[in-house]
Design a protein around this ligand. Sequence first.
Ligand code: UD1
Ligand code: CA
Length: 462
Amino acid sequence: MSNHNTSSRPLNVLIMAAGLGTRMKSRRAKVLHEIGGSPVISYVVRAAQALEPRSIIVIVGHQAEEVERAVLAEVGELASFVVQEKQRGTGDAVESARSVLENSDSVVLVLSGDVPMIRVETLKKFIEHHNNTGAACSILSVRLENPTGYGRIIRDDSGTFQKIVEQRDASDEQRQVREINSGIYCFEAKDLFRALRKIEPKNDQGEYYLTDVAEIILASGRTVSVYVNNDAREVSGINTRAELAEFENLVRRSAIRRLMIESGVTFIDPSHAYISAEAEIGRDTIIHPNVTIEGESVIGEGCVIRAGARITNSRLGDNVVVKDHSIIVDSQIGPNCAVGPFAHLRMNAVLEEKATVGNFVEVKKSRLKRGTKAMHLTYLGDATIGERTNIGAGTVTCNYDGVNKHETIIEDDVKVGSDTMLVAPVRVGARSITGAGSVVTKDVPPDSLVAGVPAEVKKKLK
Ligand code: UD1
Ligand code: CA
């Protein structure tokens, strides 16, 4: 296979992601918890991919299948997986990739699946540093105000690296050290796997620590170098829900900032808007407080999204007004439409240009064509509704007979009277009118007025 990476040595990326993450107090593997709507692991994988490595190998264990799926969704076939059956520590995790990497004459960049904010630029500089120093092992470190919980970088009086000591194994004096191990390393593959044979689980947790490899490599007469990074946040790990929330906040703030600065979106209160990193929003759109925009939503220019709205994986054209507390999921809204307040669009609801859906209207798997209106208290499910049709207050498509769902078709220029029940499958012909309170059980021909229970044709309109 050819090597695309621009640095002088072939590069393989190894991502450790087998742990459960005990401190999360969760049944879910830590790397599957989400930040800005994407699993933690996907951020790491994305950074790895941008380095154009020869391969990305992910070590999986807890909820391996879900982790694999999350990785594949991000990078596809560039990634491969190694299973670590029992999680006996980070050294053991890397050991599980021995057969794949041991004999490769390459640089192995080890990343932690729970350090998601690492930037590609930083990794590039780090790898370059490793290649330039000719070290067998390079460690990415950073100085933290509060180093609690991390492994400490222990140096001798002259400042030369000696070893990494974990928080729980550290003496009081060692705990004073502010420089920590980020959990990101570059190794010469052969040196790494040679040293791994020598690590022992002699520590407070009884685990095989990858961090011990550094000291072993040093003792073997090879060089270990430490690359100090300036930005503390990007190398911080996620170990608790509190840290997860901090990162969520960070990602959210930067997504909103990007939308304000680069896309020209107005946020009435940026600290109370919840926008996924993938969302696209057009210029001069105004986002009111407590709006949530999730997944791969695309919102056009000049829209107004009022307080309390939630928009998930949906697409809105230009100049759409979404009024307060409306929910739009997996749906599409054309330009100049209005939705809400308190409307619910879901399962591929489609509003064509200038269609309007008002208070307490639910639209499920239905299409409202150009200029059609359903203003009040209505359920439209499995329905196709033509152009310029008016759906009166309280109309219901009775689409479910207890076993199957059935379709309703309403053609162009129809006036559906208030409180009409449309018992599907049923079709209402163009330009027809249903009287208030009609229960329509059979097809209505075009140009007719129907009324009653069940509804009968009362008058031909043409
Ligand atoms: C590790 C480092 C510590 C460093 C910190 C930075 C060790 C012994 N310590 O500690 O020096 O400051 O990261 O964030 O390496 N994992 C496996 N299999 C295992 C154990 C862990 O795949 O058997 C994975 C986890 O899923 C996680 C990563 O390795 O993605 C790090 O493990 P974690 O237990 O979080 O290590 P820390 O205690 O944070
Ligand atoms: Ca960690």
